[in-house]
Design a protein around this ligand. Structure first.
Ligand code: HEM
Length: 505
């Protein structure tokens, strides 16, 4: 028998070698040639890292005292360099995965008129890499599954449901204000508003999404942040064959943290399902369970509910908190706007309750928010994967191509916005929801098409409540210790925090 086993092992080894050679070497070369034939250029990749080496180099580590809003070349130095050589649509490589880079709104427009929302995919390479963070939540699912998830989830974000979250937002913000007052009274006026607002937004989402108390909420919050640091701060090789093996420890750590978060959320959901009043609780999970009860054949499984909760938790606190933090920074730089907003709050809110109808009247605050999301978009890119060949004029984007839409690049493009593109001018949104951008797809803070952000109304409400309460109590100036260095850690963040000098009014 032994003489039979030997050739069998040899055949298996040969098969493995052939398979690896094909998927690591032959298939990427074929893809590259196909893309070149389709008419796309780009920086030459090397095997097996693609263009990762170049993307990792020349990242300035220190912040700057120059408070410029011209941030594209700081945030994405490689894209900014490649744009000058290859234009606004080109191919670059993450390992052996080709990505179509897009910073041309007309190209995007033509593609998205060809492809309906449910026919878009999300890059499989990210789905695998970010499994522990988003699982198969709405951000990652595709096709009929996406339609099913979106159908069950959308009603949870209705104005009526959001209204019920108002008090939780006010309460958590007031707790933060009390903390600040205590700190200021002790003589320390410098507050890192980024970490403060992020942790408050974490509490808000924990309460308003799952009715979690602050203690449980902060456990999930801390684990999610640790997971984010593990996934996005360490040197990792996404797209490189067996890239996870380059950093086994970090990959295992991410998996472990993901499992721990799943366990915690699972216990919350199971407890809710068991309790008779589970569906009546006025938070996102309550509405989700209620909706899940009512729809036939479209129900989300408990596992799917866990993934959706993770998605809300992560997508729901960090982005909104960053929008608020960057706003406080820009208002600290532009005192005239700080005064204008305070006047508007006095006129519109006065002694009234902070209810949705009154908040809708804060027009200038909305312009400010739009302008902040333009200059410092918390979601700095949008991703897709083609699930069919897509024709754009005489170019074909082949089935399977990953796409990286550079939102920061488009929001800072003088050709789209004019010479004052890098100036903070909220009034550009006064008469135009697109801020005067000369292309409707050039301003995409919440993405585009049917997959546009589902949580944006929640963000509008939270943004206005937190900002109204803060601006009514304090004035803000940039601290001399602030170092300007926006960078990407999934979202667009201030690398060294956001210390501001806070004075009670
Ligand atoms: C300033 C705040 C926010 C920003 C800038 C933002 C940005 C985005 C962007 C760019 C997308 C991708 C859209 C696309 O692929 O075209 C997205 C999707 C999504 N966002 Fe938000 N978001 C924010 C707040 C929220 C909140 C508060 C929640 C939930 C509590 C949320 C949940 C989601 C979900 C579930 C998706 C996936 C939608 C789908 O694929 O159907 N987001 N968001």
């Amino acid at each position: 028998m032994e003489f039979l086993a030997l050739p069998l092992v040899a055949i298996l080894v040969l098969f493995l070698v052939l398979k690896l050679t094909f998927s690591w070497w032959v298939s990427p070369i074929q893809k590259h040639q196909k893309l070149k034939r389709c008419g796309f250029g780009g920086p030459p990749p090397s095997f097996p890292l693609g263009n990762i080496q170049e993307m990792k180099k020349k990242k300035s580590s220190s912040g700057s005292s120059n408070l410029t809003h011209d941030i594209h070349s700081t945030v994405f130095p490689y894209f900014s360099r490649w744009q000058s050589s290859y234009g606004k649509v080109f191919i670059y490589w993450l390992g052996t995965e080709p990505f179509l880079y897009i910073a041309d709104p007309e190209f995007l427009n033509k593609m998205s008129t060809e492809v309906m929302a449910k026919r878009w995919g999300k890059p499989s390479v990210f789905k695998n890499d970010r499994e522990s963070m988003f699982g198969k939540g709405l951000v990652m699912v595709e096709g009929a599954e996406w339609v099913r998830h979106r159908h069950v989830i959308a009603p949870a974000f209705s104005p009526l449901n959001l209204k019920a979250m108002r008090n939780m937002m006010i309460e958590s913000t007031k707790q933060m204000i009390d903390r600040w007052v205590t700190q200021i009274n002790s003589g320390n006026h410098e507050i890192d508003v980024e970490s403060e607002v992020i942790s408050t937004a974490g509490k808000i989402i924990a309460r308003s999404s799952f009715g979690m108390n602050d203690e449980d909420g902060s456990v999930v919050f801390e684990k999610l942040r640790a997971l984010q640091r593990t996934l996005f701060k360490t040197t990792r090789y996404v797209g490189v064959p067996y890239g996870k093996c380059f950093n086994v420890k970090k990959s295992l750590e991410a998996k472990k943290l993901g499992n721990e978060i799943d366990k915690l959320l699972l216990s919350v959901i199971t407890a809710r399902k068991k309790s008779n009043k589970g569906c009546d609780q006025q938070d996102l999970l309550g509405s989700l369970l209620k909706e899940n009860h009512q729809v036939d054949g479209k129900k989300l499984s408990t596992r799917e509910l866990v993934d959706e909760c993770k998605t809300f938790f992560f997508g729901g606190h960090e982005t909104t908190a960053l929008a608020i933090s960057w706003t406080l920074f820009l208002l600290a730089m532009h005192q005239d706007w700080q005064i204008q907003l305070r006047d508007e709050i006095r006129e519109v809110i006065g002694d009234n309750e902070l209810d949705i109808k009154v908040l809708a009247k804060l027009k200038k605050m909305k312009w400010v928010m739009n302008e902040v999301l333009r200059l410092y978009p918390p979601a700095p890119n949008v991703q897709r994967q083609a699930r069919e060949n897509i024709q754009v004029d005489n170019l074909t984007v082949p089935n399977g191509t990953n796409m990286w839409i550079d939102v920061v690049g488009m929001h800072h493009d003088p050709k789209l916005w004019g010479k004052d593109v890098n100036e903070f001018r909220p009034e550009r949104f006064m008469d135009d929801v697109n801020g005067g951008c000369n292309h409707k797809m050039g301003y995409l803070p919440f993405g585009f098409g049917g997959r546009m952000c589902i949580g944006r109304n929640l963000t509008f409400m939270e943004y206005k409540i937190v900002l109204t309460l803060l601006l009514s109590r304090f004035s803000f100036n940039v601290s001399p210790n602030y170092q300007h260095s926006p960078s990407i850690m999934l979202s667009l963040r201030p690398t060294y925090g956001l210390p501001l000098i806070v004075q009670p009014l």
